[in-house]
Design a protein around this ligand. Structure first.
Ligand code: FAD
Length: 380
């Protein structure tokens, strides 16, 4: 049965996240955009109010959300500020490999650490020469007795400088190349970790990214997730679960851009009438509203495919990320155009949203890479 009405639990999640966003995220959106700092006060409040780690099982301090529930929650975070939203959501990205591959002892140890510290973790996959091409990873984790010695170079790692630990992807046997890619938990205070200052960037400035260099960093073999050589699969299965969240955040931001432009256009009088009554503006707003609805349908479709174990869930998740982020970029750009000079000014959030949503077309696999995933899937 197809029914787009939300049930009582889903409505309650939507209301809870919408309320949190209204009190904590929207009022702080511009502040952190200008500060370009990690929004600790919001993350602490998110922990206090049960907003963090939504998709994690309740026994690990999460809310045990299905993907559709996670999508509903993420849309609300994105409606406030994607940068702050990603500060919250990137934790899920880093913790999902543990959900997929950690043993019980590791889950207790690492989820316990994050929950006790009310902290965050980071997902360290990308390297200077391995962006879209994950198989180009060169970092190594060479076993010596009961330790791995990690050397290498990661970049663009979200939340790294504020994280308790990093989920690092490295080769345990460089001769076997990416077939030996493995996922290992590395506490951020380990000796030998060189954390570069966070990068300055166009948008989503409330979330921080660092370059990290590993110089003979030692971690216990007990920090390996799953088995040696399972890293590529863990990384890809993680994205299958989280890409939908990237689409949902973009969807929320597009909604805010559209609503702002809509309200503004009703009040702005030019040539003796509100500009919303100019047909060309009305059509732009109509397209925005239509494309937002279409993206939400696809995001929910993808989440539902995942929740029901559909074999094509990975393809739908790529479609949702691709479509929702491209849609958000177009809607945000059009919202700035509708509001013209006001849209371009910092008096409103639409210029920030336009800068923010650009990134959703890039991280967790660029939209070109999503098209590769989709084309491979449809050609099968
Ligand atoms: C702000 C930010 C946060 C990030 N957070 C994280 C994080 O937390 N953890 C992490 O591990 N990584 C993170 N990343 C890295 C992100 O996932 C990569 O930037 C992304 O995957 C693209 O890699 P790249 O930038 O090296 O681009 P490249 O791979 O160099 O791509 C350059 C261009 O070539 C295109 N391209 C590449 N290969 C192909 C192909 N086969 N076919 C067609 N086109 C292709 C790309 O689409 C792109 O347009 C983050 C990046 C940013 C900017």
């Amino acid at each position: 049965m197809i029914d787009f009405r939300l049930d009582d639990k889903q409505l309650a999640i939507q209301a809870k996240y919408r309320d949190f966003t209204a009190r904590w995220i929207t009022p702080n959106a511009r502040k952190y955009d200008l500060l370009a700092e990690f929004p600790w006060e919001v993350v602490k409040a998110a922990y206090k109010e049960g907003i963090m780690n939504g998709p994690l099982p309740t026994k690990f301090g999460g809310n045990g959300y299905s993907l559709i529930e996670g999508a509903i929650a993420a849309e609300e975070l994105g409606a406030g500020c994607i940068g702050i939203g990603i500060g919250i959501e990137a934790n899920t990205l880093a913790l999902t490999p543990l959900l997929l591959a950690a043993n019980e002892e590791q889950q207790k140890r690492f989820y316990g650490m994050i929950h006790e510290q009310q902290g965050v973790a980071a997902y360290a996959l990308t390297e200077p020469n391995a962006g879209s091409d994950v198989q180009g990873i060169k970092s190594t984790a060479i076993r010596k007795g009961d330790k791995y010695i990690i050397n290498g170079h990661k970049r663009f790692i979200t939340n790294a400088e504020v994280s308790s630990f990093l989920t690092v992807f490295a080769l345990t046997d460089p001769d076997r190349g990416s077939r030996s890619l493995s996922a290992i938990v590395v506490p951020t205070d380990s000796p030998g970790i060189e954390m570069k200052p966070h990068m300055l960037k166009m948008g989503q400035r409330a979330s921080v990214q660092n370059e990290i260099i590993f110089h003979d960093v030692e971690v216990p073999v007990a920090n390996l997730l799953g088995e040696e050589g399972h890293g590529f699969l863990i990384a890809m299965k993680t994205f299958d679960r989280t890409r939908n969240g990237v689409g949902s955040l973009a969807l929320g931001a597009a909604r805010t851009a559209y609503e702002t432009a809509m309200e503004w256009s009703k009040k702005r009088i030019q040539f003796g009438k509100p500009i919303s009554q100019q047909q060309i503006i009305g059509f732009m707003l109509a397209d925005m509203a239509t494309n937002i609805e279409a993206a939400r349908s696809l995001v929910w479709r993808a989440a539902s495919a995942f929740d029901h174990g559909d074999k094509k869930a990975s393809m739908y998740s790529a479609m949702a990320k691709l479509y929702a982020s491209d849609m958000a970029m177009k809607v945000a750009t059009d919202a700035v155009q509708v509001m013209a000079g006001d849209g371009y000014s910092q008096d409103y959030l639409v210029e920030k949203i336009m800068r923010d949503v650009k990134l959703n077309q890039i991280y967790e696999g660029t939209n070109q890479v999503q098209r590769l995933v989709i084309s491979k899937s449809i050609m099968k």
